[in-house]
Each structure stands twice: as structure tokens, then as C-alpha cells.
Design a protein around this ligand. Structure first.
Ligand code: NCD
Ligand code: ZN
Ligand code: ZN
Ligand code: ZN
Length: 379
């Protein structure tokens, strides 16, 4: 059996559904899925019920994460038309600000330019704003990134024009980063007939040409992030299936199988799932932490043994050549041979709880630039 050690992965885009929709997922089940997938750090999105858009809801979510999480969790604060100042005040405890410029699951869509501008004015300029922006909303946000010199992170980029625009923005020196999901790298709209509602998510699966443009522009991509968005089988089979697919347990096997197939290098995978995403949000690598990967198989992805509460995967039936054998987090075996060992509450809430670093005492995770004061001179 051939095994290798990789750094623990960081998934900067997950939906853990707590509070409010814990029949789909919760902190304990979502972080169990993370550890089973070799992911030791997750950043959770604010489209919960209630959404994380005010201090009360945010504090409540931090407490629930403390009680349930089995790995590192950071929380995004969500932007509404009314909360620019309130969201900015939460910046030191949040992984970043999330703005939804296009319709998706949940009520957090910003309709007006004024609402978006309100956040660009108020949010501290040294912390990233993550955007759900599709199509021409990407161009709009790039304009704002240039005008405000505000670091922008583009979530789940899926189309050729979008990645080419972001490439151009990076060449021009704009402070932008982007992530791509495994489902947009490994599935296309040609999979719709086979997957039915289990292939529906936002942004939707794209064309073969879009997919090829993502693979052809890997150097432009800063991270692979799952957009782990669990919905139950019953919900997916209902007349109005909600958009979203789970992904935490399948990202590493799929990416590493692409290495076996010669589509990218192992170093590139480590950049995309670990060092790259950590750099965007200033996430320190936890000490004494690694993932043991077993090469071999072939193994067929199946819903059996998944830790996500939703109990299905759009990648079912795909054949992989790598799997996670063991995940070690801060010196402790957190997952091994199909069993999650880390207990709920053994995780840590990033930016809110103290962090253990080698050779240092407990300290709070801070923005890497060291500047946690709020901006304001940009407008
Ligand atoms: C996400 C969800 O279910 O929360 N759904 C999705 O299709 N991606 C929301 C989102 O990421 O836009
Ligand atoms: Zn989204
Ligand atoms: Zn999402
Ligand atoms: Zn900073």
C-alpha cells in the first residue's frame, strides 16, 4: 500500500446549515464529513436560519460551532441592504464578508447597487469580501475592486468568460482571488440527464468549453472549494428542488485522481486545497496536522459511509485512485479508516477562539496584515 502525507486541506466555502436547518447538516456532522475528506479547516457561509447578519445571530452561531465542531471552523458574516456598519463591526470575529449578488438558496440577495456600495464603504479594506457573482456581475465587482482597492474573493467561478476576466484583472494587479468547485471541474451540463435534481446547484453545471477553460487556467485559480451545500434526498426530489450539492468528502479523492491521470501535479493540488485557500483568508496552518492518502483502488464513490447528513453525492459511481486513510489534527487522530474520532466540541472557532501555535502561547487568529482597525479612507 502506497501512502503519502499532505497538509490538512482548508475548504473556504461550505454550508453547515446550523442554526435553523440541522436536518440537512450541523456543525458536528459537517465537520465529521470534513475530517473524513482530509479537510481540517472550513469556512462556513452565513445563509443559515436566521442568517448571520447581526451580532446576536453571529454570537449564537459561534457558540453552536464551539459546541459542535470537530475541526477548525470560521464563519462569514452576511451582507444585507441594512447592515453595512453592523457587518463591519463583526469583521474581527469573521472570516470575511459574504455578498450574494445573484439569486441562490436563501434570502441574502443584494438587489441594488446602493446596497453593494454600502458594504464596500463600510467593510475594513484589509479583509476579503467574498462574492457570489455570476456572469456580468463579475465584471461589475471587478470595477468596484479597482475603484476601492478592496480585496475581493470570487466564489465558485464556473464559466469561461468569468475566469478570463479574473485572469485579466490579476494581470492588471487588482487584489482579486477566486475559487472553483470540484463539481464544476468534474461535471458538466451533459451530466444533467443522469443526475436530475442532484445535479442542480448555483452556479449551474456549465458547458464542456467552460470546464476546459477552468482546467486551462489553473494558475489563475487560488483555491478549490467545495461549496458543500447539503439538501436532503426528499428535498431534492420535491417539485422545487433547492440548489446545492455536498462535496467535503469527495474533493481530495477527485483532485488526487486527476493527479494520477496526469491532469495536474501533486504540488498544484496542495496549492489549491491547502496553501492557496489559507493565503486568501490569512488562515494559519494548524501545528502537527496532516492527512494520510492511500493511492490505489480503483474505488467507486458511493453514498455508503458518508458523514454528511444528506447521505448522497453527485459523484456517486465515479472511480477514484486515492482515498483519505487518516486525518491528524493538532497531533490527534481525528479520522482513521472510515471512523471519525474527533468529538463534537473538540474543534475551534477561528477568529473568535484562541489558536495554539508552535512556540507561542494561545493567541487569537488575526488578519495577517496585523491591521485590525477599520478602513474608511477609501471613500
Ligand atoms: C448554496 C446553498 O444551498 O446554500 N447553494 C448552491 O447551489 N450553491 C448557496 C450558494 O452557494 O449560492
Ligand atoms: Zn453561492
Ligand atoms: Zn455556497
Ligand atoms: Zn488585515
Amino acid at each position: 500500500m502506497t501512502t503519502i502525507r499532505l497538509p490538512g486541506a482548508a475548504d473556504i466555502h461550505v454550508h453547515l446549515r446550523e442554526p435553523g436547518e440541522t436536518h440537512k447538516e450541523d456543525f458536528a456532522s459537517g465537520t465529521a464529513a470534513a475530517l473524513a475528506g482530509g479537510v481540517v479547516t472550513v469556512l462556513a457561509m452565513p445563509n443559515t436560519r436566521p442568517p448571520l447578519t447581526d451580532p446576536t445571530a453571529f454570537r449564537e452561531a459561534v457558540q453552536r460551532a464551539r459546541a459542535g465542531a470537530r475541526c477548525e471552523v470560521g464563519l462569514f458574516v452576511g451582507g444585507t441592504p441594512e447592515n453595512p456598519e453592523v457587518a463591519a463591526a463583526l469583521a474581527p470575529q469573521a472570516a470575511g464578508l459574504k455578498l450574494y449578488l445573484d439569486a441562490t438558496y436563501g434570502p441574502l440577495r443584494l438587489e441594488s447597487l446602493a446596497a453593494v456600495l454600502g458594504h464596500f464603504k463600510a467593510w475594513p479594506g484589509h479583509r476579503p469580501i467574498a462574492v457570489h457573482a455570476e456572469g456580468r456581475a463579475v465584471a461589475m465587482v471587478l470595477g468596484l475592486a479597482a475603484l476601492f482597492r478592496q480585496p475581493i474573493h470570487f466564489c465558485h467561478v464556473s464559466r469561461r468568460e468569468e475566469i478570463l476576466l479574473i485572469r485579466r484583472a490579476k494581470e492588471r494587479g487588482l487584489p482579486v482571488t477566486c475559487e472553483v468547485t470540484p463539481h464544476h471541474l468534474f461535471l458538466t451540463e451533459a451530466d444533467w440527464p443522469r443526475l436530475g435534481p442532484f445535479g442542480l446547484m448555483r452556479p449551474p453545471l456549465a458547458t464542456r468549453a467552460d470546464q476546459e477553460a477552468l482546467w486551462a487556467n489553473l494558475p489563475v485559480i487560488d483555491a478549490v472549494a467545495t461549496d458543500h451545500a447539503p439538501h436532503t434526498i426528499e428535498e431534492k426530489q420535491s417539485p422545487h428542488p433547492p440548489p446545492g450539492v455536498p462535496g467535503l468528502e469527495t474533493m481530495l479523492p477527485l483532485m488526487l485522481t486527476a493527479v494520477v491521470e496526469g491532469r495536474l501535479s501533486l504540488e498544484e493540488v496542495v496549492r489549491l486545497v491547502a496553501t492557496g485557500p489559507r493565503r486568501i483568508f490569512g488562515l494559519l496552518e494548524p501545528p502537527e496536522t496532516w492527512v494520510e492518502i492511500e493511492w490505489g483502488g480503483p474505488w467507486t464513490i458511493s453514498r455508503e459511509g458518508l458523514f454528511t447528513k444528506c447521505g448522497w453525492t453527485p459523484f456517486e459511481g465515479m472511480v477514484v485512485r486515492a482515498r483519505v486513510r487518516r486525518t491528524v489534527l493538532e497531533g490527534r487522530v481525528a479520522f482513521e479508516d472510515g471512523e471519525v474520532r474527533a468529538l463534537p466540541g473538540s474543534g475551534r472557532v477561528l477568529f473568535a477562539d484562541p489558536l495554539r501555535q508552535p512556540g507561542a502561547s494561545l493567541q487569537r487568529q488575526r488578519c495577517r496584515c496585523g491591521n485590525d482597525s477599520q478602513g474608511g479612507e477609501r471613500w
